[in-house]
Each structure stands twice: as structure tokens, then as C-alpha cells.
Design a protein. Structure first.
Length: 791
């Protein structure tokens, strides 16, 4: 992606080469920027019951009145609020003016490159001007600027505001400036962001005008997606609260020229979120004197690096503690084993009614640290019981097995504590802060009480996001916690956060044990070198973003935390095309001591699934659970699908499959028992995706003729399959569907057939289904087709 806008670095070179004696700067979006997504966002915090729409209507009315009465359109802030005189007294109007000025100061900042160039111009002895199209007067604008830098009044010789003259820069303000300055146009060097008011209009008069554009199209696209995310994540956005935007000045400085997808990911989400989290961690550290920080790897890798980037002198350590080692180390009595089995097996269902998979049993056996012999003996027993959960629980809770698990867990716990001591040298009375992305805090929940008892310490958690767990306020804190965000918001942020976790991860092999001295023991396969290189590049760029944000002094605040949440939501639900391409290369293990690896995104597979079953079922997670990030797949198909997905997740919405689309098509089918017996039925096909329809045909006779020629002239046949009836509308349907082959299991008659196209269907044209291998259980034929032309 190419950024063709002039950066301030490039503008500086033009400035140094010029012979101008007067330096002129536009104010808003050149020298003075806002911390919100658009200027009118600050109107959300006006008082007296005013909303942004009322404030903007008052401005439009004031401009109209000025034009009708004076032939001018520029107005002052006081004239804007005068339009509300019917509802507010003069004193109230003055208060509104002061409130807006205060909000402008609160939500603005000086853009460092522009300020540096202004200082440079003054140091060269040039006359310096601020020229602005604004409803503020020169005095008011000077007050706003001085509030951010007390030296600015000495740096600026004169401020020209359109409100004082009644004319905008693109109309008559520039001629008025030339007349008042008594200057030749070529002696003025002007910089501004408006292509007409700051470039074309002054250039037409002979002024050396340079057009500065804050961000290019790629960044503007990213910022637009942020607005979508913010509006759904925080419904008060642009109603009673602005949308915070704190990193667009960083983008303006750093993202120039070619911007690849890796750089965009680093600066668009990873860097901003890490910067916010590192600032939050430091706030929490300052609240607990002497606290010792331990970043939990693997996902704590980049939070640790970001924290060290901002606070290099603050001691902290990396802790190689995985979910697997946390689970294995946490069994201290029979009740803890029961609690583990309850959480692992039940999931809200009756254990007696459930069965486990062989891979599920293998994971449980590893967690409970069964020996190889014990695992094999129990596996054979479970095979005889068809892997019934009650049989597994009975075996694992046998007294001798419980004692075996407790002994092995205690030994693992001693080795884990040795690792802790090696990293942090904990002393009785210390406070250990475990730092991780979140969310329920598995390691803290399992180990905090045991560590506190064993080491006489206090354990606290510090997370990027914390979900609600009993007593969370007493032992943890989070940048995004249940006090700041309701459970639906937290669920929306964490449900599809796997790609962000991949960006944060160390990508080391998974820790499965420790030596007696606490050295981590690992296993697992490394990432492909090309993917690892891409992720390392993103991580390095993210740290560059953190450093630049620090240089620009982006402050720690609730706005920074909210902005980070918006960036996370934007990346999860509205990723840019290059970001989705990178996500499609990602896959990761679940860090539970298994070899299970999950693919994050597969857009072609998602499109195939939606053509077969519709968008609703993809978003209901009925597709292959090995893929984790459906929103990225949906975003590739259209923003409307991503919006629907985000809304349903954010607001816990549900809708039935039958109500998801009203588009249907009826086709006549002939069920043929034999040469003498046949029955006609009308079947209904439902729209799925991309113009395709899905038709289920019950295979109640050996042969079926679908009389498509009565309805369609041309059609595309996408897929024909045979599915057991018991699998319909279940997660297993896609896997259990067996393809039926053209000219083998089904035939097209009465049409011109070109590959999978049936063209020029005659009135009597039909599809004839006769599966060569008749099913042994009740089954249905699913036909996925696209009507190309109807009759």
C-alpha cells in the first residue's frame, strides 16, 4: 500500500530549501490535533443537555443567518450558541462557550513535528503565523494553544482566524492576510492539511503552499474500521462519549511510503495495545511497593518486552508456566481432582450421558500424570465401555489412583516453585504479580493459594482482560475488567482473540515440566520459519510503535485503555485484507500438553461452508471447530457479515436458522419406488451465500428425479452429497456428508451440460439421483446449486 502524502520530514526539506521570510501553519490537524476520531466527537461531552446533532444544527443555522444577513459564512463560537437563545440565557450561552473551549483543550495536543518546525522557523528569525478556518477567535485559539505549551505565545507572531474576518481561507482570508502583512506571496511558506484552503487557494496567489495529509488511504481505512468497532463495542460512542484515537499521529510520522501488512498489524493493533498495557502494569506496580513482576510465557512475551522498553530500569522476570504445568501442579486433594474432572467433562451436561473421545482421554491422562502403563490399562477398560465418562471418573477417583496423582502433582509443584525462585528469589512477605493477557486467570486460580501457603507470599494477577470469576476484585486487576466492561463486552473481546495471542507469543516450545533446579522442559514443533520471521518482524515493529508513543507522550488514561479495547475489537472483527492473509498462515497449539493444533483462518473453506450451509451456521460455530476465527473469514466476504457477527457476539443475540433468510425457491421432486410407483412432492430450497441455494431431498426411495426444468432455464451445480439424517444441522454434518458424483450417482437430462453447468434446460429437464451405494441409515441428499436464469 502506497502513501503519497508529504510527511513533515519531507516538508522540512522543502522548508530548509526555501527563501521564505514568513512561516505559516494551519492550526487544526496540522499543528493542533485531537485525541478523538473526528472533531465533532468532543460535542458528546457538552452540557445543558446538548447532543452533537444539536450543536451542529446550531452551527449550520448560524452560518445560514450570517450568509443571508452579511453575505458571509464564517461564524464565531458565540454566534453559534446565540442560535440557542430561545432555550438558553446569555449567561448559559457563555458557559457553553467556555465548556467547549475546555473540551477542546482537554481533547487536543500539539503535533510534535509541526511544533518542531515552528520552533525552527522562529530560530531562523522568520515571522510566524497561524492561519485557521475555525469558529474560534484569535484570542480563543491562542488560549487553546498556550494551554498545551506556555512558550507558544512567544513562538507565534500573529494568529489569523476565519471567524474574525468572516471569510474562509479558500475565499478571501488569504488576500486579507497578504494585505495586512504587506508581504509578497512568495515570501510566505505555508503548511496545512486542506487541499483547497491550505494548498490550491494560497498557491493560486503565489504563496509557497505545501499540502500535508495526516494519513494515507490505508491508514484511513484502518481508522474507519476502528469507528465501526468502537460504535458496537461501546454503544455510547458519539452519543455521550467520544471515540478515542491516540495513535494517528504515530501513523503519520512512521507509516510513510510502502506499508506492508506486517507493519500495519504491528502499528494498528499490537503496538497500541502493548503500549497501553505496559502503562497499566506500571500503574499497578506503583500501587504495591516492592511487588515482584512475573510475566507468564508464552503470551506474556510481548507484554514483557513492551514493559522493558518503557521501563528498562524496573526489575521483572519471565515465568515459563503453561496451562499444562499449572494444571499438573494444582492437585492437592481429592476435591481438586473432582473439580478438574467436573470442569473438563461436564460443561453443563450430565456426565453419565456423555462420552469422551480417545484424544480427550489422552489429555486427561497427561494432566493427572498417569504412567504409560496406567494409561494403557485404563484405555483398554474404556474401550469396552465405549469411553463412557462415568467409567473414567470411577477409575480416576479410585483411592490408589488419587494418591498416585497427588504425589506426582506435589513433585511437579516443587519443581515449578524452583523455577519461580530461580527467576524472582521470592521471600516471605513478598507480593508476586502474575502478568498475562488473561482472561479467567487459570494459572492464578489454580496455583495462587498453593504458592501463598508454600512460600508465605501474596499472589496478585494483572491482566490485559479479566473475565468475571468469584472474588476477582480481591486478587487481580485488569486494564479491561468487569467493572469497566460488562460480561458481553469481555466475551466479544476474548472469543476471537487467538490471532492477537499469536502476535504476543514467544513461540517457544510448550513447557511440560521442570528440572529439579527449575529449568523448563519443553516439547512441541516449532513454527514454520517463514511465519516465525513474519511474526518477529511484527513484534519488532510493535516495539518501535511503543517507543514512538512514549516519545509523543501519549498519557496513561481511561481513554488509552478504551482505545486499546477498540483496537482489539477492530483486529478481531474487521481485519484488513493483509491482516487476514497473515492470520490464514497462523496455527497454534492450545498449550494443554497435547499435540492439538488449530488453524485460525481459512477463507476458502469458510466460503465453501457458507455456500453449503449459510452464513448463520458459520457464525454459530457449527463449522470445523479446528478453525478459531470466523469473523476474519466473514470480513473477507463483506463488512455486512462482519457487522452481523460482531453485533451477535457483543449483544448476545441469537436467531434461528429458519429466520436467517426469507429467500427460498420451490422445486418439484418425483420420488420413484419402481417403474409403476412414483410420488410427486414440492420441496423448498433455502438461500445460503453467494447466490447459492441448499435443497435437502429425503432419500425415501431408491431413485429421485428433481424437475428443475419447470423452474430454471440455467443453473450451476456446486455440490451434491449424501448425509445421514441424524447429522443434519449438527457440527458433524459437514464431515459426514459423502459427495455424490455426476454421471455416476446422479445425472442431468434435458439440458446442455458443460462441466457443472446445466444450460438451456427444457421444460422436462431434470436431475436424476440414484446413489450407487445405498445408505444403511436414513439419509438425505443435499444439493447446492445456483440459479443462473429462471423461467
Amino acid at each position: 500500500m502506497k502513501n503519497n502524502a508529504a510527511s513533515f520530514k519531507e516538508i522540512e526539506q522543502q522548508f530548509l530549501a526555501s527563501r521564505a521570510s514568513i512561516f505559516s501553519l494551519d492550526c487544526f490537524d496540522t499543528l493542533y490535533w485531537r485525541k478523538v476520531s473526528r472533531p465533532s466527537d468532543i460535542f458528546t461531552r457538552l452540557q445543558h443537555g446538548l447532543c452533537p446533532a444539536a450543536r451542529m444544527r446550531a452551527e449550520a443555522s448560524a452560518r445560514g443567518h450570517q450568509f443571508i444577513t452579511c453575505g458571509r459564512e464564517e461564524v464565531t463560537l458565540a454566534e453559534i450558541y446565540t442560535q440557542l437563545a430561545e432555550h438558553f440565557s446569555p449567561d448559559a450561552q457563555r458557559q457553553m462557550v467556555e465548556r467547549e473551549l475546555a473540551l477542546e483543550i482537554e481533547h487536543g495536543f500539539l503535533f510534535p513535528p509541526a511544533l518542531a518546525l515552528l520552533r525552527q522557523a522562529k530560530a531562523r528569525g522568520m515571522r510566524t503565523l497561524i492561519v485557521s478556518d475555525t469558529w474560534y477567535s484569535a484570542a480563543q485559539l491562542g488560549r487553546i494553544l498556550a494551554a498545551h505549551d506556555a512558550t507558544l505565545p512567544q513562538l507565534i507572531d500573529h494568529i489569523y482566524c476565519s471567524a474574525d474576518y468572516g471569510y474562509a481561507k479558500s475565499i478571501q482570508l488569504w488576500p486579507a492576510i497578504l494585505q495586512r502583512e504587506q508581504a509578497a506571496p512568495q515570501t510566505i511558506f505555508h503548511i496545512g492539511d486542506h487541499p483547497v484552503a491550505d494548498a490550491a487557494a494560497p498557491a493560486a496567489l503565489g504563496i509557497h503552499a505545501v499540502h500535508f495529509q495526516q494519513n494515507d488511504a490505508a491508514i484511513l481505512n484502518l481508522l474507519e474500521q476502528r469507528v465501526l468497532a468502537a460504535s458496537l463495542l461501546f454503544p455510547a460512542s458519539r452519543h455521550t462519549a467520544p471515540i478515542p484515537s491516540l495513535f494517528h499521529p504515530c501513523y503519520s510520522v512512521a507509516l510513510r511510503g510502502e506499508i506492508d501488512g506486517e507493519t500495519l498489524t504491528a502499528w494498528g493493533v499490537l503496538g497500541p495495545v502493548l503500549y497501553a498495557f505496559a502503562r497499566f502494569i506500571q500503574q499497578q506496580r506503583e500501587n504495591i511497593p516492592g511487588v515482584k513482576l512475573g510475566f507468564l510465557l508464552r503470551d506474556g512475551y510481548m507484554p514483557h518486552r513492551a514493559y522493558q522498553t518503557l521501563y528498562p530500569d524496573q526489575p521483572c522476570a519471565q515465568l515459563h508456566i503453561s496451562r499444562f504445568t499449572s494444571i499438573c501442579s494444582a492437585f492437592h486433594d481429592k476435591a481438586s481432582i473432582v473439580a478438574y474432572l467436573n470442569k473438563t467433562l461436564c460443561d453443563g451436561a450430565s456426565v453419565a450421558a456423555k462420552r469422551i473421545t480417545p484424544s480427550g482421554f489422552a489429555m486427561i491422562a497427561r494432566h493427572l500424570m498417569l504412567s504409560a502403563g496406567q494409561t494403557e490399562r485404563l484405555r483398554r477398560q474404556l474401550e469396552k465401555r465405549h469411553y463412557a465418562s462415568d467409567a473414567l471418573c470411577q477409575a480416576l477417583l479410585a483411592p490408589e489412583q488419587v494418591q498416585h496423582t497427588l504425589a506426582r502433582s506435589a513433585a511437579m509443584r516443587r519443581r515449578l516453585i524452583a523455577h519461580l525462585q530461580q527467576a524472582l528469589q521470592l521471600q516471605p512477605g513478598d507480593t508476586l504479580m502474575l502478568i498475562d493477557l488473561g482472561y479467567s486467570g487459570t494459572t492464578q486460580n489454580l496455583l495462587a493459594g498453593l504458592l501463598e501457603k508454600a512460600l508465605s507470599i501474596r499472589v496478585r494477577g494483572c491482566y490485559l482482560i479479566a473475565a468475571w470469576v468469584p472474588g476477582w476484585r480481591h486478587n487481580r486487576t485488569a486494564m479491561i475488567d468487569p467493572d469497566r466492561a460488562e460480561y458481553r463486552t469481555i466475551r466479544a473481546l476474548t472469543q476471537f482473540i487467538t490471532p492477537f495471542e499469536m502476535l504476543c507469543s514467544s513461540h517457544a516450545r510448550s513447557v511440560v515440566d521442570y528440572s529439579a533446579t527449575g529449568e523448563p522442559v519443553t516439547e512441541g514443533d516449532p513454527l514454520p520459519p517463514s511465519l516465525l520471521a513474519a511474526l518477529r518482524h511484527i513484534q519488532q515493529q510493535a516495539l518501535a510503535c511503543v517507543r514512538l508513543a512514549d516519545e509523543m507522550a501519549i498519557p496513561a488514561s481511561q481513554s488509552l485503555w478504551d482505545a486499546a479495547a477498540i483496537d482489539l475489537a477492530r483486529y478481531a472483527y474487521f481485519p484488513l485484507a493483509d491482516e487476514t492473509r497473515l492470520q490464514s498462515q497462523m496455527a497454534g497449539d492450545i498449550n494443554m500438553g497435547t499435540r492439538v493444533v488449530r488453524t485460525l483462518v481459512d477463507v476458502p473453506a469458510a466460503i465453501d461452508f457458507m455456500r453449503r450451509f449459510g452464513v448463520t451456521r458459520l457464525s454459530m460455530s457449527e463449522s470445523d471447530r479446528a478453525r478459531t476465527n470466523f469473523p476474519s473469514e466473514l470480513r473477507s466476504c463483506g463488512v455486512e457479515y462482519a457487522l452481523s457477527m460482531f453485533a451477535s457476539t457483543r449483544f448476545a443475540l441469537n436467531w434461528s436458522l429458519t429466520s436467517s433468510t426469507p429467500r427460498q425457491q420451490t422445486l418439484e421432486a418425483l420420488f420413484i419406488q419402481d417403474a409403476q410407483r412414483a410420488q410427486s412432492e414440492t420441496l423448498t430450497a433455502s438461500s445460503t451465500f453467494d447466490g447459492y441455494f441448499s435443497l435437502y431431498i429425503p432419500l425415501i426411495t431408491p431413485e429421485v428425479a428433481l424437475l428443475v426444468g419447470k423452474t430454471l432455464r440455467d443453473m450451476e451445480i456446486y455440490r451434491v452429497s449424501l448425509t445421514p439424517q441424524r447429522a443434519l444441522c449438527r457440527e458433524s454434518e459437514a464431515d459426514q456428508a459423502q459427495p455424490l458424483l455426476q454421471d455416476h450417482d446422479f445425472f442431468i437430462d434435458g439440458a446442455t451440460v458443460i462441466n457443472n453447468l446445466a444450460l438451456n434446460l427444457q421444460e422436462e429437464g431434470f436431475l436424476y439421483f440414484r446413489p450407487q451405494q445405498q445408505p444403511t441409515t436414513p439419509s438425505v441428499i443435499q444439493l447446492i446449486y445456483r440459479p443462473l436464469q429462471e423461467k
